[in-house]
Design a protein around this ligand. Structure first.
Ligand code: GAL
Length: 654
């Protein structure tokens, strides 16, 4: 079982060389054992075309290694230097309005521009050749945060040409494409693949089938880019882990597909930045302003654990204020400790803080680090030292077990409902997160699962809202799983080609749930369809009119008489987006039917098991007595009267 440990992100190129030694020593002193470097250093690694300067980098690696730190090397391809952009100006991506995304920040490249990809391969091969067998290099991070700053899609000529080829490979015959896209509509028919344009700059909305294929293509280009680098590193640095740092609430490419080429999936967790940027209402944001949404981070821990082979890290953990959200409050005292243990409770191998020292210059000078720009410790420095001691004290190790509950997450569904929300606030991501919150408030451990037969095996409860398309294979896997299953709304409502299924939604799930969906409506904010006024349960944002066949039973009706929840055997269909009361009532009922032990938790308390270790977290502002949760177990960490931002750990199997 892997020991859980701490790391930090460090930029030796930002500081005088005289600092490095003291920095490395202090990292070790507070209990960090791992450091990531290099991911933005291309202009220093190759200041002039073809002239590598690796000496300083080698010295930095040796200093860090000399202090006993393990090193994660970043490939520097997210920040191509100016000389390279000048040499190949067409490497620049074009945005949806056809404008160049110029040099002067980062991620200024197009995933379809082959000469740039070859340059990436060259620099990556050189760095991997030079440092791949260094005994302290334990892992490689490929590039940095794919898609950050809206950089998955590019509307360049090279993207257009590559998209044409992609379509040709997929459809082979232009008539097949015309049929799949429904191009007879508005005379959009094509006679050759080289007539295909990119779906931007159209007069009104582009064809959804065209748009989803372009999104799939853009995702595939990114996956291929990552794979090419990963292969180069793997050959030159055998035995090292290859990872990438994904982002929060980001759905523009298929992370499961990228994960197939990684050993470890990592993500960057900025709880306060995400809260401020997210779609929760102001009251919620005010309430959790200094601690973050109690479920948002945990959701991503579970999502990214599912994206690879189960091994995962937090590559960048927020320790202080960030610079990029609309508002950037200081975190509550010691909440970085709670965030770290939430990750460890979900099975993270490493939690690594961003960043070691606050930079006094350039774009991120308002972003805090563990140290102030003058090298004095910031608050989080002491918090991290405490986390390191506590990790050692409880001898924390990864021991994730398969959860009884699977919540399905599907990137194609995120593509689809962004293309055709039908109501402005219909957000696939928020819908799945909302069900996650409901399940967590019942004290359940949850696995996020891709919509594949294997991921559904051995579950007791499966929740799959708003799954864009259905398939016979998935329907059969659901049937075979033996689980209690909740589908809807919008599940199976399109074919893979983005058309309404011939037999109406939910497509191949029809026989499973025994209903068909005849009409749908979206509801403006404030609009609702009442289910039970006494219980304050209602649909908001979305509702469907379903026809229930003989095999289906109506479990709940809306006040207007239309079915709200139907069932056929173990298979339920929900005909709208529930408010929290309705969601909770349904999830409670289904969990009981599935035989799960549930425990209703207050809005600010969460629990999670890592093997036999049960963690309790207090996101509230008052002490919370955990006696009812912990029973007479001996606490390994924390107190029975759990303080705000507190973490308690005990062994629940003993
Ligand atoms: C991440 C990124 C880092 C840094 C950080 C600031 O998105 O990977 O390089 O910019 O955000 O919060």
């Amino acid at each position: 079982m892997t020991k859980q440990r701490l790391g930090v992100c460090y930029y030796p190129e930002h500081w005088p060389e005289a600092f490095w030694d003291g920095d490395a020593r202090r990292m070790r002193e507070i209990g960090l054992s791992c450091v990531r470097i290099g991911e933005f250093a291309w202009s220093r690694l190759e200041p002039v075309e073809g002239r590598y300067d690796f000496e300083w980098f080698k010295r930095a690696i040796d200093v860090l290694a000399g202090a006993g730190l393990d090193i994660v090397l970043g490939t520097p391809t997210a920040t191509p230097p100016k000389w390279l952009v000048d040499k190949m100006p067409d490497m620049i991506a074009l945005d949806v309005h056809g404008r160049a995304r110029n040099f002067g920040s980062r991620r200024h490249y197009c995933f379809s521009y082959e000469p740039y990809i070859l340059e990436c391969e060259r620099i990556v091969a050189a760095v991997a050749e030079a440092f791949g067998d260094h005994p302290h290099v334990v892992a490689w991070q490929i590039d940095n945060e794919y898609g950050c700053h809206d950089t998955v899609e590019s509307y360049s000529n090279s993207a257009r040409d590559a998209f044409r080829l992609w379509c040709e490979r997929k459809y082979r015959d232009i008539e097949a494409l015309n049929g799949a896209w429904g191009n007879v509509f508005w005379s959009m028919e094509l006679s050759r693949f080289d007539q295909i344009e990119l779906p931007n700059l159209t007069v009104t909305e582009a064809n959804p089938s065209h748009l989803i294929d372009f999104q799939r293509f853009s995702s595939d280009q990114l996956v291929a880019f990552n794979k090419r680098q990963a292969e180069i590193v793997r050959r030159r640095s055998p035995g090292r882990d290859i990872l990438h740092n994904f982002m929060g609430s980001f759905t523009s490419f298929d992370h499961f597909a990228v994960g197939r080429d990684l050993d470890v999936v990592a993500w960057d967790s900025y709880p306060l930045g995400f809260l401020e940027r997210g779609n929760r209402d102001d009251l919620f944001k005010q309430r959790f302003m200094r601690v973050g949404d109690p479920d948002f981070q945990a959701f991503h821990h579970d999502l990214y654990r599912a994206c690879g082979r189960g091994r995962w890290w937090v590559m960048e953990q927020q320790p202080g204020a960030v610079n990029w959200a609309p508002w950037n409050p200081l975190p509550a005292e010691s909440v970085a400790r709670l965030w770290s243990f939430e990750a460890f409770a979900a099975g993270a191998e490493v939690v690594s803080y961003f960043r070691w020292r606050q930079a006094p210059f350039a774009q991120e000078q308002m972003h805090e680090g563990l140290l102030l720009p003058n090298c004095q410790p910031n608050d989080s420095y002491h918090v991290v030292a405490k986390v390191a001691q506590e990790l050692a004290k409880i001898d924390a190790r990864v021991e994730t077990r398969r959860a009884d509950v699977a919540l399905v997450f599907d990137y194609e569904s995120a593509f689809a409902w962004k293309i055709q929300p039908q109501g402005w606030n219909f957000s696939y991501f928020d819908i799945v997160l909302n069900f996650y919150e409901g399940l967590r408030r019942l004290g359940l451990n949850i696995d996020i699962a891709p919509p594949t037969p294997e991921a559904l095996l051995g579950r007791k409860l499966i929740i799959a809202p708003a799954l864009f398309s259905s398939s016979e294979a998935l329907a059969q896997a659901m049937e075979a799983s033996g689980a209690v299953i909740l589908l809807g709304p919008r599940s199976g409502s399109k074919t893979q080609d983005f058309q309404i299924p011939p037999e109406l939604p939910p497509g191949a799930f029809r026989n499973l749930v025994g209903i068909s969906v005849c009409r749908v409506e979206s509801l403006r904010p404030g609009g609702s369809i009442m289910v039970d006024p006494a219980a304050d349960t209602m649909f908001q944002c979305w509702r469907e009119i379903v026809a229930a066949g003989d095999a289906a039973e109506i479990v709940l009706r809306c006040r207007d008489g239309e079915p709200a929840l139907t069932r056929r055997e173990r298979f339920y269909y929900l005909a709208g987006l529930p408010n929290d009361f309705l969601r909770d009532a349904i999830l409670r009922g289904l969990s009981e039917e599935a035989g799960l032990a549930i425990r209703e938790l207050p809005a600010h308390i969460r629990i999670r098991d890592n093997g036999p270790m049960r963690y309790v977290f207090n996101y509230g502002e008052q002490d919370f007595d955990i006696s009812a949760i912990a029973g007479d177990a001996r606490l390994l960490l924390g107190e029975r009267l759990l303080a705000p931002c507190g973490v308690a750990v005990f062994n629940w199997e003993r």
